[in-house]
Write a protein that binds this ligand. Structure first.
Ligand code: SF4
Length: 336
């Protein structure tokens, strides 16, 4: 074999060209071998050896009969090999990347952000989605996600409503606000209340949507509006663009993770605490407020049986309207 330094330089290497290297063995196994550039690049990708900010590589796992492997993405029920990514709905993502490195902290930075999942080697096969659920995030216990799985037809209805609202807000936000405020007023009148909560599930989609909601609040000055949201950034952008929201609209920005402290930079916030943890601000007592608006003491609640709790039908606001009050800085919801 000639000296390597005497070989000519190839200024334009091709993907199928080969390079010489030494196998990572011991003794006899430590042999000189050829490696194709394609295989070397595949190794870099599979093991996540090239760090690119805002990008993580996972393997797609089709067969989950023996459990979900680390470093993979997969469907809840498995399968899906060869599927078009745009048909994906729920995708489960590992806490480790394909190089078996723990990325749980890094992945939290994607929470609530739009992300793109694309097939390597076929970038046109992609889907844009949102990371909504990390174990330990406030959304991971969301009742709406459970309902979404239980009743797919309800989910389809919600999604269609959302698309219609987004389209109309873009085309004519004032008309949308007028129509929505008419419905809110009608509903409040029927129930004999003057409180309205935005979003029993879902969240703000854009600054335009928050602007349209603020217009609806302006059109209904006698009704108090409470808007729970995780979109702290959108709220800041809205205030920069449009100034302070109407006084009858309380925008309560929720913490991202269970046990987190209130988000800074917002006057009205909410958190979620586990049993025995510190409560920031006012604790929500809906979990022991019964259908007759009676708040059962924590001592009495502790000794109640499951049947007794069911009978009491807990989970009501009763006389409490703290969420609608600008004077209540933070409300802490117990995890249940
Ligand atoms: S209004 Fe009161 S009871 Fe109702 S969710 Fe808010 S804090 Fe809980």
């Amino acid at each position: 074999m000639a000296r390597i330094s005497t070989y000519a330089l190839d200024a334009k290497p091709e993907i199928n060209d080969k390079v010489i290297g030494t196998d990572n063995g011991i003794g006899e196994a430590q042999r000189t071998k050829n490696y194709s550039l394609r295989e070397v690049m595949a190794l870099f990708n599979e093991r996540n050896l090239v760090a690119v900010a805002d990008q993580v590589i996972f393997k797609f796992q089709d067969d989950i009969t023996e459990g979900r492997e680390t470093g993979t993405i997969s469907f809840e029920a498995g399968g899906g090999d060869g599927a078009t990514m745009s048909s994906f709905s729920d995708i489960i993502v590992s806490y480790k990347n394909s190089g078996d490195i723990l990325i749980s902290d890094y992945i939290k930075t994607f929470l609530d952000r739009d992300i793109i999942i694309a097939e390597m080697g076929n970038i046109n096969n992609f889907v844009t989605c949102k990371l909504v659920d990390i174990e330990g995030s406030t959304c991971s216990r969301c009742y709406a996600l459970k309902l979404q799985k239980l009743r797919p037809s309800v989910d389809t209805g919600w999604t269609n409503n959302l698309f219609k609202a987004v389209k109309m807000i873009k085309e004519n936000p004032k008309l949308w606000a007028k129509m929505v405020s008419f419905q809110i007023e009608r509903g409040c009148k029927k129930l004999g209340v003057n409180y309205h909560r935005w979003f029993d599930s879902g969240d703000l989609q854009s600054v335009d949507m928050l602007h349209a909601i603020a217009l609806s609040a302006e059109l209904t000055p006698n009704i108090k509006h409470w808007l729970p949201t995780r979109e702290a950034k959108l709220v800041k952008q809205y205030r920069k663009q449009y100034g302070t929201e109407p006084s009858n609209l309380v925008i309560r920005v929720s913490a991202t993770m269970i046990s987190d402290k209130p988000i800074k930079g917002h006057e009205n916030t909410s958190t979620v605490h586990r049993k025995g943890e510190a409560i920031h601000g006012k604790e929500c007592l809906a979990y022991r407020t019964n259908k007759d608006a009676k708040v059962v003491s924590s001592e009495a609640f502790k000794v109640m049986t499951r049947e007794e709790k069911k009978e009491q039908d807990f989970g009501h606001c009763g006389d409490c309207r703290a969420c609608w009050s600008k004077d209540v800085a933070n409300i802490s919801y117990p995890l249940h």
